[in-house]
Design a protein around this ligand. Structure first.
Ligand SMILES: *[C@@H]1O[C@H](CO)[C@@H](O)[C@H](O)[C@H]1NC(C)=O
Ligand SMILES: *[C@@H]1O[C@H](CO)[C@@H](O)[C@H](O)[C@H]1NC(C)=O
Ligand SMILES: *[C@@H]1O[C@H](CO)[C@@H](O)[C@H](O)[C@H]1NC(C)=O
Ligand SMILES: *[C@@H]1O[C@H](CO)[C@@H](O)[C@H](O)[C@H]1NC(C)=O
Ligand SMILES: *[C@@H]1O[C@H](CO)[C@@H](O)[C@H](O)[C@H]1NC(C)=O
Length: 632
């Protein structure tokens, strides 16, 4: 391949070229040369540029032209009836250009190669024209490019893997062209928008793009997530692939593997996919069991709990498969009672719990939680743990260690119940719901969305609770920080719940839920470091600031990859676009919001060592809060 040698030299050449055009004595790049470049463009392309007042010595007042620091930085002529081909030595000479929008015109041909000199170009909108030929090679030299829209043209050829060189790229729109071949394995860290729909692409969608929406790929002969699986990946049967939505060659899925390399790639990805599939199947089976148990047990428990007046003691005992046992002789379960572990001592007994009315508060990875109101009016939250396989002694010790954590920002654990078939945890009841339900729940009437101060207070309270856990011992962690575990009490103070539960071995399989909060280095959800807690907290802060839920499930149905999304938006322009619209209504707090966002970004650093400690987090938040209240 010729690309073996060339690329080595091209960056230098490019630099040299840019250098020359900036400072070279022959043609110093200044407003006069920008003006000459625009006039060359005007001469070659008919359209509304005819109205430019060419007797003016500065082009900055011309329609569509924006200048900064004595240079042309933007050229925006959308829908301006531009007909013709951009010639070399015209727009390619606008070396200070940052934004080019010539969308919805009749431009034909390709971009001249001197576009490669526009090193500062960030936004290129050329959609809805008649550009032809391959994707112009000059774009690959634009290393600051953020948006490239070439959709609705007549481009042919393949999508080059050299797109990977434009590492800043956030948006790549290539839909409605005539591109062929396979999508290369694009690994663009900032990419948030990608669309290649309605081309003539084939093959499987690379793993790096599988989290995107199906509508990014439709109208091709592509297969694999998020579209239908590739037929060769499921079974070797030669059934035609049903996923070809476009005209494509609907012949069948069997003419692949033409070249050795392609075969290798296809087989490789098939193996990976099969492994993933197997893993998923295993996970789901496992989860189904759990889910089935969780779905079945509560109803039974609730029924039992409600009909408790007739059948004392046994409600928590029977498994769904067993016939209801006869009422046990009194004292049969006598030695199995609640073990009180917190400050509340023997305020109620197992019988009171069994007689109480129960209402499901939430179902999570570790089990289902019920609001339980006892006859004497005491309300507690009872959590039925799922899949705990610790022996009683060890279980009791761990629970006591958890209960020993006593802080105003933690939900306190009062008691537990352990039997072979049933493990219950009894917590104090926190009345105002979880942060998750308030942020993302359907806005129930009366629930005002949280304002800036409330959010800052909640974040600070939660941080204090977590700091307390972390200071207890260098190895103690929460292990499951997420917005559904941040509860709000009567005065909307944050109370962190469910601490330490992931260490009980409730879920030996990888945690399916809450993937969006999980630090990248975490491989076993039962072993979370304090730095991984900090990462999760960073994601939680982003959630508070953006109002967007992070990814909840492995398959990314809902939610955003918050750290990645926030980073990509912030890289381009600080504030706009990141914050929850609700928050933008508040004046004079933008500075603090930006500071909290920066803290969130620091917490969610990829490298654990770069994340601050929780004490630093609390200190920085206290500082933000004091400047926030002073500002009013
Ligand atoms: C793209 O990046 C790779 C790796 O840095 C480099 O070897 C190659 O020359 C670049 N290609 C182009 C066309 O700039
Ligand atoms: C064009 O620019 C010249 C020089 O600045 C000015 O004198 C003239 O009035 C302008 N013409 C129009 C139509 O604005
Ligand atoms: C564009 O730049 C090149 C190289 O500096 C120069 O030769 C050419 O004349 C310029 N074009 C215009 C229209 O000024
Ligand atoms: C994609 O289509 C081209 C012809 O357009 C063909 O040569 C190639 O084998 C196809 N690749 C796959 C994976 O189907
Ligand atoms: C991609 O483009 C197609 C065609 O314009 C559109 O229908 C689809 O919604 C787009 N998808 C995304 C994710 O932007």
């Amino acid at each position: 391949m010729a690309s073996g040698h060339r690329p080595m030299g091209s960056p230098h050449l490019l630099l040299l070229f840019a250098f020359c055009s900036l400072f070279g004595s022959a043609a110093p790049a200044d407003l006069a040369s920008d003006r000459a470049a625009l006039l060359a463009f005007r001469a070659a392309v008919t359209g509304s540029t005819r109205q430019w007042n060419v007797s003016a010595s500065s082009p900055c007042s011309w329609y569509g032209v924006t200048c900064a620091a004595g240079r042309v930085t933007e050229l925006r002529l959308p829908g301006s009836s531009l007909l013709g081909t951009i010639p070399p030595g015209s727009l390619g000479n606008l070396t200070a250009l940052r934004k080019l929008s010539l969308r919805s015109n009749g431009l034909s041909g390709s971009l001249p190669s001197d576009f490669a000199a526009l090193a500062g170009l960030q936004f290129v909108y050329l959609q809805h024209n008649r550009l032809s030929g391959q994707i112009p090679a000059a774009v690959f030299a634009l290393r600051q490019l953020l948006h490239l829209d070439l959709s609705d043209n007549s481009l042919v050829g393949e999508i080059s893997s050299v797109f990977n060189n434009i590492t800043s790229l956030k948006k790549l729109s290539l839909e409605h062209n005539r591109l062929t071949g396979e999508i290369p394995d694009l690994r663009l860290p900032s990419l948030v928008h990608f669309n290649v729909s309605f081309n003539q692409l084939n093959g499987s969608i690379p793993a790096s793009l599988r989290a995107l929406q199906a509508s990014s790929f439709i109208g091709n002969s592509l297969c694999g997530m998020p579209l239908a699986p590739c037929s060769s990946e499921i079974s070797p049967s030669p059934t035609p692939s049903p996923q070809s939505l476009g005209d494509g060659s609907g012949g069948g899925g069997n003419k692949k593997l033409s070249a050795g390399a392609i075969a290798g790639i296809v087989i490789g990805s098939a193996v990976v996919f099969l492994c993933l599939l197997l893993l998923l199947v295993l996970c789901f089976r496992r989860n189904d069991k759990g889910a089935a148990a969780a779905a079945k047990l509560p109803t039974e428990a609730e029924m039992a709990l409600r009909s408790k007046r007739q059948v004392p003691d046994s409600a928590l005992g029977p498994l769904p498969t067993r016939p209801p046992p006869p009422p046990p002789a009194s004292g049969a379960l006598g030695d199995r009672n609640l073990v009180f572990v917190g400050k509340v001592q023997k305020a109620y007994g197992l019988e009171d719990l069994l007689r109480a009315s129960a209402e499901v508060l939430g179902k999570g990875t570790t089990g289902t939680t019920y609001k339980t109101m006892m006859e004497m009016g005491t309300v507690v939250a009872v959590k039925r743990l799922r899949d705990v396989n610790l022996p009683e002694k060890e279980f009791g010790e761990r629970i006591k260690a958890i209960a020993a954590m006593d802080h105003p920002n933690l939900v306190s654990l009062q008691a537990y119940y352990y039997s072979k078939d049933e493990k219950l945890l009894v917590y104090e009841y926190v009345p105002n719901g979880s942060l998750s339900s308030i942020l993302h729940g359907n806005k129930i009437s009366g629930h005002t969305p949280l304002n800036w101060e409330a959010r800052l207070e909640i974040a600070l309270g939660a941080a204090r609770g977590i700091e307390y856990i972390h200071l207890k011992d260098s190895s103690t962690t929460h292990g499951g920080i997420k917005s559904s575990n941040i509860l709000l009490d009567k005065s909307n103070e944050a109370r962190v719940s469910d601490l330490g539960l992931s260490s009980l071995g409730c879920t030996p399989m990888p945690n399916q839920r809450a993937v969006g909060y999980r630090a990248p280095e975490v491989t076993d959800v039962r072993q979370i470091s304090q730095k991984a807690d900090v990462y999760s907290f960073g994601v939680l802060l982003m959630e508070l600031l953006t109002g967007k839920p992070p990814i909840q499930l492995e398959n990314n149905e809902d939610g955003v990859d918050l750290p990645r999304w926030v980073q990509s938006v912030v890289r381009e322009e600080w504030n706009s676009g990141v914050f929850d619209l609700e928050l933008l209504r508040y004046q004079n707090v933008e500075e603090e919001m930006v500071q909290l966002l920066q803290l969130a970004i620091d917490c969610a650093a990829q490298v654990p060592e770069k994340r601050p400690s929780t004490s630093e987090v609390v200190a920085r938040m206290e500082k933000i809060r004091s400047s926030s209240t002073n500002g009013n």
